[in-house]
Write a protein that binds this ligand. Structure first.
Ligand SMILES: NC(=O)c1ccc[n+]([C@@H]2O[C@H](COP(=O)([O-])OP(=O)(O)OC[C@H]3O[C@@H](n4cnc5c(N)ncnc54)[C@H](OP(=O)(O)O)[C@@H]3O)[C@@H](O)[C@H]2O)c1
Length: 255
């Protein structure tokens, strides 16, 4: 479980531990992982690692497989966000999101896939985003990393046909976590975080269910699915709906 130290990953770790799973808690913040491991019912493994570094996440996966005797579920969830217009956004911020969100997902899956295939069973969850289905201004680079995850995951699910290993892609809308805590003062007008956002616990419950059902994807809240579908059929219609729901900054162009 990458990104386990807080937010969605921490909530999924709680949901899995409550079902009796042994969870590998992967992130960079060792003390948060160690605290979580003691809070959760059962016995769990804090795994300090950086998903941007292939050797680091590979070592974490090896450590878990050795300690737990195998791997049933891999959740590629670690992520970061920098919401800024492209014109002012630093290349460094764009590259960091690429390294963590997109390549970090690749590194995580590459580290675990051979184990899962050798077992002939297991499941992968990729936590993408609703903005991977319909991007928003101010989140161009972030949305691109989430769309990259989406394409990779959807193709991989097909590649895994008949292997005993499967994959679910998750498309959350706005979830109440610390993802944007470092940039609250510069969030775009269309953003609706805070109290109006869904809780990570509600999403975590649905992620566990989606794994049990081997769902191709999970959209949460359901409006995310509707907007993604509408955007695929008519981006202009999706723009119009989003302007009504989120105001003019969600889709400033009308052509
Ligand atoms: N919150 C939302 O509204 C929302 C909506 C759609 C999708 N998502 C996606 O959901 C996922 C989880 O985000 P969240 O909302 O739970 O954010 P969060 O509360 O900020 O948690 C992010 C997690 O990722 C870990 N992480 C960040 N960089 C890492 C790295 N280089 N290596 C390993 N772990 C790293 C963090 O731990 P450390 O800092 O300790 O490493 C933390 O555990 C992300 O992929 C995000 O894009 C979130």
């Amino acid at each position: 479980m990458t990104g386990a130290s807080r937010g969605i990953g921490c909530a999924v770790a709680h949901a899995l531990a409550a079902r009796g799973a042994t969870v590998g808690l992967a992130a960079r913040s060792t003390s948060d992982l160690e605290r979580l491991a003691t809070e959760l019912p059962g016995s769990h493994h804090p795994l300090t690692c950086d998903v941007a570094l292939p050797a680091s996440i590979a070592a974490a996966v090896e450590e878990f497989v050795t300690a737990a005797g195998g791997l049933d579920l891999l959740v590629a969830n670690a992520g970061i966000a920098h919401y800024e217009p492209v014109a002012v956004q630093s290349l460094e911020n764009i590259e960091q999101m690429t390294q963590v969100n997109w390549l970090g997902t690749v590194h995580t899956i590459k580290a675990a896939l051979a184990h899962l295939l050798a077992q002939g069973r297991g499941h992968i969850v990729v936590v993408s985003s609703g903005v991977g289905l319909r991007p928003f201004p101010g989140a161009a680079a972030y949305s691109a990393t989430k769309a990259a995850q989406r394409m990779f995951a959807e193709a991989l699910r097909h590649e895994l046909a008949g292997s005993g290993v499967s994959l679910t892609t998750v498309y959350p809308g706005e979830i109440r976590t610390s993802l944007h805590s470092h940039e609250l003062s510069r969030m775009p007008d269309w953003y609706r975080g805070g109290e109006k956002a869904a809780t990570p616990e509600a999403l975590a419950k649905r992620i566990v269910k989606a794994v049990e059902r081997d769902s191709r994807h999970l959209h949460y809240r359901p409006l995310v699915k509707g907007m993604g579908m509408l955007n695929g059929v008519s981006p202009r219609a999706a723009d119009a709906v989003l302007r009504r729901l989120r105001g003019p900054t969600a889709a400033p162009r009308r052509d």
